[in-house]
Ligand binder design. Structure first.
Ligand code: ASP
Length: 585
């Protein structure tokens, strides 16, 4: 027998109709001669009623247990007055059953198929198929589908071709470690799994495809966080002959379309563009949450004139005016100080403003006229609280950016359902790696330096800016991209600036340099992270991307459901000419 309807479909207009439904038993309320079942599938729930009028069916229904898969035949009837369920699309009807069959039994589920009772993470991931039956997870995954379809439509309508690139590749560096796949037919050799399709999409431009996109899986072996998984999905985009402006317009239009299609939200475009320097100055970071103000004030020159040793010795002093927080308790201030210390600040100077003056144990080191200047610069009023960090550029900004985000949330300064996008533009090409004492590519090494900065490539790397941009949503980096280097000579210079020797560059990226010899067009692109985007759209707490992925890994990069990673068997290892140096069970 075929189902005639889904469990989310029947309404008043079907009253009197004979129907067949199939699905999972969500709840059983049995009163012996009268049994109520909520039958569930992806589309919703429908109430079934079994009574003495169909004795055989009642007998079968009395054997139903939670999560049994069943089939029923019955007639749609109006629910009794007062028993309707207003929040269910099927809440005005029930199906009075005449036949029933158990299609499959189920053991008692080890977790509740219910959003109110969340099991711990490993149980959820071990029994992911049950966890995925929960209404929230069904909604998240179905919403993800809607986003992916909207993306595909938009890209197709804008003449982008969907082209797949290989998973077994040489190596595409994006700043993480590669996952490696040993080759059986090439003993002693291995493939890398792509950290992104970066080099392939660039080569597709050399091949003349002009506009490419792919819903691409990226694999990066790095430490996991709530918004990081070993595998994640990007909308990977590349186009030929673009200006930066073309990419911003594409990104703006894409987000506007996707939000409108999937949530009915109208985003205002163009999204603001903020230079990296301005973002660092005002927000202390390159991913500002623009849903609220609380901008930082640069007060280095001002406070260097004070008598406070900490200020005198610091290279960067910045101040955040926590408006109206003058009533914070000692405990509150200690919490803020602890947060600043997480970001390596040695301390946090807190100053309350009252009667137009500063109340703080450092006030005595700051002359009246400096106090006035500081109050003016930070726009402070009575009842405000000034938070100051004095350290190097990196630490001062990182600590205050974290405090700003913390206060924004704690003081409810924004509507969590608001979406504020921006582009951060004009990034430096290189960033100094303090641990290894070397310059790294700030984005990746295929990013085009600003033309006017090419002359500093070998002499003054800190001065070189890049044709590079990030898209940021609510304080989260959603996409990165750049105009690429399309000339072998510039690519070689950038590799040299990064300390990659010519022979090494030739070995690792010779194929790209070779491709550039045969008429590579200017090109550029970007890649929004789909998992992060969807987690933000759905307002998932902490932006946890596992909530929008069907089969994520746990925090130790394991899958509790299938038990991977596993120890390969001897035969496989032998075929691959491999031996593990660590024995693990
Ligand atoms: N491949 C880059 C990344 O994964 C994105 C891009 O530059 O298009 O961040």
């Amino acid at each position: 027998m075929k189902r005639t309807h889904t469990c989310g479909q029947l309404a008043k207009k079907e009253i009197g109709k004979k129907v067949v439904l199939q699905g999972w038993v969500d709840t059983v309320r049995s009163y012996g001669e009268l049994v109520f079942i909520d039958l569930r599938d992806r589309y919703g729930k429908t109430q079934l009623v079994f009574s003495n009028e169909s004795k055989k069916a009642l007998e079968v229904a009395n054997q139903f247990r939670r999560e049994y898969v069943v089939e029923i035949e019955g007639v749609v009837s109006a629910r009794k007055l007062g028993t309707e369920k207003k929040d269910w699309p099927t809440g005005e009807i029930e199906v009075v059953c005449e036949k029933a069959e158990i299609l499959n039994v189920a053991e008692v589920p080890p977790l509740e198929i219910d959003d109110r009772a969340l099991a711990n993470e490993d149980v959820r991931l071990k029994y992911r198929y049950l966890d995925l039956r929960r209404p929230t997870m069904q909604h998240n995954i179905i919403f993800r589908h809607a986003v992916l379809q909207a993306i595909r439509r938009y890209m197709h309508d804008n003449k982008f071709l969907e082209i797949e690139t290989p998973m077994l590749i040489r190596s595409t560096p994006e700043g993480a470690r590669d996952y490696i796949v040993p080759s059986r037919v090439n003993p002693g050799k291995a493939y890398s799994l792509p950290q992104s399709p970066q080099l392939y999409k660039q080569i597709l431009m050399v091949a003349g495809f002009d506009r490419y996109f792919q819903i691409a899986r990226c694999l990066r072996d790095e430490d996991l966080r709530a918004d990081r998984q070993p595998e994640f999905t990007q909308l990977d985009v590349e186009m030929s002959f673009p200006s930066e402006e073309d990419i911003y317009n594409l990104g703006d239009g894409l987000m506007k379309y996707v939000f409108h299609e999937t949530m009915g939200t109208d985003l205002k475009i163009p999204f603001p563009r903020i230079t990296y320097a301005e973002s660092m100055e005002k927000f202390g970071c390159d991913k500002p949450d623009l849903r609220f103000g609380l901008e930082l004030a640069e007060v280095t020159d001002l406070l260097k004139k004070s008598d406070f040793e900490v200020f005198k010795n610091a290279s960067t002093i910045k101040c955040l005016n926590a408006v109206g927080c003058g009533n914070f308790t000692k405990g509150d201030l200690a919490k803020l100080t602890d947060l600043a210390k997480v970001y390596k600040a040695k301390g946090l100077v807190t100053i309350k403003i009252a009667g137009g003056k500063m109340e703080s144990n450092v006030a005595k080191y700051i002359s009246d006229s400096l106090q006035k200047e500081l109050i003016k610069k930070t726009n402070a009023k009575d009842g405000d609280l000034l938070l100051l960090v004095a350290d190097n550029f990196k630490i001062t900004n990182a600590a205050l950016a974290a405090l700003r985000n913390d206060l924004g949330k704690r003081l409810n300064l924004y509507d969590p359902k608001d979406f504020k996008f921006c582009w951060i533009v004009d990034f430096p090409l290189f960033e100094w790696n303090e641990d290894e004492e070397k310059w790294d590519a700030a984005h990746h090494m295929f990013t085009m330096p600003k033309k006017e900065h090419l002359k500093y490539l070998q002499t003054d790397k800190g001065k070189v800016h890049a044709q590079c941009y990030d898209m940021v949503l609510n304080g989260v980096e959603i996409a990165s991209g750049s105009i690429r280097i399309h000339r072998a000579d510039i690519q070689e210079q950038v590799m040299k600036a990064l300390g990659i020797e010519k022979a090494d560059a030739e070995k690792k990226f010779g194929f790209l340099l070779e491709a550039f010899k045969y008429g590579a067009p200017p090109h550029g692109g970007f890649a929004p992270g789909i998992d992060r985007l969807i987690a933000l759209m759905l307002g998932i707490p902490g932006g946890d991307i596992r909530e929008v992925m069907a089969f994520p890994k746990n925090k130790s990069a394991e899958c509790p459901m299938d038990g991977c990673p596993t120890v390969p068997d001897e035969k496989t290892l032998k075929e691959l000419n491999m031996k593990f140096m660590v024995e693990k069970k």
